[in-house]
Design a protein around this ligand. Sequence first.
Ligand code: HEC
Length: 287
Amino acid sequence: MKKIITTIAATALLSSTAVFSAQQSPIVQADINAFQKHFNRSFPKLSLNNFSKGPYAMNEDKKSQFDAIMEFPPFEDHVEKGEKLWKTPFKNGKTYSSCFSGGDANIRANYPKWNTAKNKVVGLEGAIINCRIKNGEKKIGSGKGKLAWMGAYLTALAEGKTINVIVPRGNSKALAAYKEGKKFFYAKRGQLNLSCADCHVYNAGKRIRGNTLSPALGQTTHFPVWRGKWAKKKGDGFGTIQRRYGGCNKQVRAQPFKRQKDQYNNLEFFHTVMNNGMKISGVEYRE
Ligand code: HEC
């Protein structure tokens, strides 16, 4: 009898602490548990993976709008273009895949990554640019266009894989970068003096100027994302997560930071680690 009880207790513990990796810094693991518990308590009806539907998980009308659009996704052509670009060899004959280990389908869920040689966080879009440079190709734009299409292809390919971003245990520089990202997330900024957490943690699910605020838990499962708003501007609708960060900084009338630099890379590191244990939901539509 005692054995049965311990087994049940152990199972319960596992399901509440979503994912556990022996390489993860224990401080970070404690943060992940607390962050996810907050959302679990605030929205007890949602399972961990439901959070990836953001505003659509907490608003029925919006959910049916989302479902209708996802039936005939407006972005498939560009995901295919991304696949073609990804598979086209560089002039030296090598491919993008040669810069990554573990198979194309396993790339997305493990980024951003701590790069030990550079002592920096590198986001997946940054790693793709670095791969081009290493192979003698030119840089490409970092917020939309070709890079976002290739990123979207990798996200489509990774659908169902579990996010597992690691802040390596015992690495003080990696922990410092993570802490910078965390500080960014909770720091008030702009003329409106609001932090990411003010909108996406403390007010998640509430409405603001016709929008329902998505929870920060689940925001990194489907990027680059295809947005109706971006499609109306010049471009094709796709944007990377760092393009979105820029938009949210502007919303509070703060100056956005440059993409693929430490500020947004560290923010993306923190933000994605908080989503550890969630599944990549594939490419999705947003308003
Ligand atoms: C004034 C409130 C506000 C602040 C502050 C804010 N955002 Fe947003 N954010 C929004 C709104 C509104 C949307 C669009 C609806 C939604 O998905 O929440 C959005 C969308 C997003 C999305 C897209 C989610 C998706 O699934 O497509 C991400 C990612 C995001 N915000 C991250 C951040 C980060 C990181 C910060 C801090 C740098 C931040 N936001 C600050 C209001 C805010």
